[in-house]
Structure formats: structure tokens, C-alpha cells
Design a protein around this ligand. Structure first.
Ligand code: CTP
Ligand code: CA
Length: 226
């Protein structure tokens, strides 16, 4: 192995990774959520840590246990994730792998809703976009901001639009249509979308995809500081 390749190449850098779903309460015993095991975000945090970065891992209630090494901050809702991300800054690298619920219940009940009280009307309000917020920072923005785009249709077009709309540097796009079996599985097939173009990566384990992404991140930052 090339010594340069084997050496930790993110030493001295701080990487922030969000992961897992968020849970948005309806009442104290019920919630709405996104499907997410947290496996891909966990693998990315582990891979960045192996390359020598100091990693802060902000995770919603995922089924995959958090990786050893990174500092783990557990949150439940999108609002909590947003606050935890801001509190963890500054960071050199930010990877937003979380499946954040786009809406929360505006009129969440503080005590359990009872069936006898009739059919509840849930009023939804949009959650803050954590990725767009951090990518749009004018001061103290991480050097590299990476978002994900989980799509079921028009993956590339949607990913390109997301890159532009959110102001991030890269989008890792994946096709999560049920037929791919990716959602909840051990493998991922992604397209890396940057301002330079789009690259299809072959389907591989989520760990292998994470390793490749971490190495790409190290390469990009080395080019920046060269
Ligand atoms: N994201 C975020 N905060 C949100 C919603 C999404 O940080 N409130 C991040 C995700 O972690 C991901 C990226 O934004 O990195 C894209 O998420 P996605 O759900 O694909 O995009 P949306 O902008 O929410 O659009 P839509 O769900 O309508 O496709
Ligand atoms: Ca969304």
C-alpha cells in the first residue's frame, strides 16, 4: 500500500455527519417519521473517522448503532437536529445523510389523544431545511457541504435541481424505488453529482460507498489546500 494513501488524510479536520430519520411527535405516544436505518450515515461517519477526522455524528432515532469513535449527539426531531448541527459548528466538512421529516405537526398534543374524542385533524408545518441553511452560510460555512438526494423518479434531474436549490457542493443521489431494494438494505448504488458533472458508482456495500466518499472528500480538500 502506498504510504500516502494509508496515512490519515483528514487529521486536524472536523467533520459533521447527520444520519437516521427524525421523529415528529403527534402526541406523547405517536409520531410521524421517514424510513431510514441510518446505515449509510453511520458508515460515512466511521469512514471519515478512519481517515483521521474528528467526527461529530448527529443522529435521529436510527436502528443502526452509532459508530465507535465519533462524538454522538442523539436527537429526535428535525428542529433538534437543526439546533445540534448549529451547535457543533464550525466544521470543515458537513455530510447530511439524515432522512429529515419534511413536516412536523403544528398542533401536537401534550397529552395522549383518545379515540373517543373523535377523528383528529393534524396540521402540518414545514421543517427547516438544515442542509440549505448550512450550505447558505455567509460566514463560517464548512469548506465542503455534501447533501443526499433519495429519489424514486428522475434521479439525476432531481439531484441536479437539489444541488442548485440547496447551494451545497455535492449531492449523493440514490434511487430508492422499492424495486431497487436499497431502502433498508445493506447496499447502495449512488450517483455523485458535483458542479463538474455526474458519476455513477457501482452498487456496493454501504461501507464501500462510504469509504469511496470519504476518500473523495479527502482528495477534494487536499486539492483545496494545495
Ligand atoms: N435535508 C435537511 N433538512 C431537511 C430536509 C432535508 O438537511 N429539512 C437534507 C437531507 O439530509 C439530504 C438533502 O437535504 O441531504 C435532501 O433531502 P431530500 O429529502 O432528498 O430533499 P428535499 O429538499 O427535502 O426535497 P423532497 O423531499 O421534496 O425531494
Ligand atoms: Ca425531504
Amino acid at each position: 500500500i502506498d504510504a500516502q494513501f494509508a496515512a490519515p488524510r483528514l487529521r486536524g479536520l472536523h467533520a459533521l455527519v447527520t444520519s437516521g430519520p427524525t421523529h415528529e411527535p403527534i402526541d406523547p405516544v405517536r409520531y410521524i417519521a421517514n424510513r431510514s436505518s441510518g446505515a449509510q450515515g453511520t458508515a460515512i461517519a466511521a469512514a471519515l473517522h478512519r481517515l483521521g477526522a474528528r467526527v461529530t455524528f448527529v443522529t435521529g432515532p436510527a436502528t443502526t448503532p452509532p459508530p465507535p469513535g465519533p462524538a454522538v449527539i442523539r436527537v429526535e426531531t428535525a428542529a433538534e437536529m437543526h439546533a445540534a448541527v448549529k451547535a457543533a459548528l464550525p466544521a470543515d466538512i458537513a455530510v447530511f445523510a439524515a432522512a429529515v421529516a419534511d413536516w412536523r405537526i403544528a398542533n401536537a398534543a401534550s397529552s395522549k389523544m383518545k379515540k373517543g374524542a373523535g377523528r383528529p385533524e393534524l396540521s402540518l408545518t414545514q421543517n427547516p431545511d438544515i442542509l440549505a441553511d448550512i450550505a447558505g452560510m455567509t460566514e463560517g460555512r464548512p469548506s465542503l457541504v455534501v447533501g443526499f438526494a433519495a429519489e424514486t423518479d428522475d434521479v439525476l434531474a432531481n439531484a441536479r435541481a437539489k444541488l442548485a436549490r440547496k447551494g451545497c457542493d455535492w449531492i449523493v443521489a440514490n434511487d430508492v424505488s422499492p424495486a431497487t431494494g436499497i431502502m433498508g438494505g445493506a447496499e447502495n448504488a449512488v450517483t455523485l453529482v458535483t458542479s463538474d458533472g455526474a458519476e455513477d458508482w457501482p452498487r456496493a456495500s454501504k461501507e464501500a460507498v462510504a469509504d469511496r466518499l470519504a476518500h473523495r472528500i479527502a482528495e477534494a480538500l487536499a486539492r483545496d489546500t494545495a
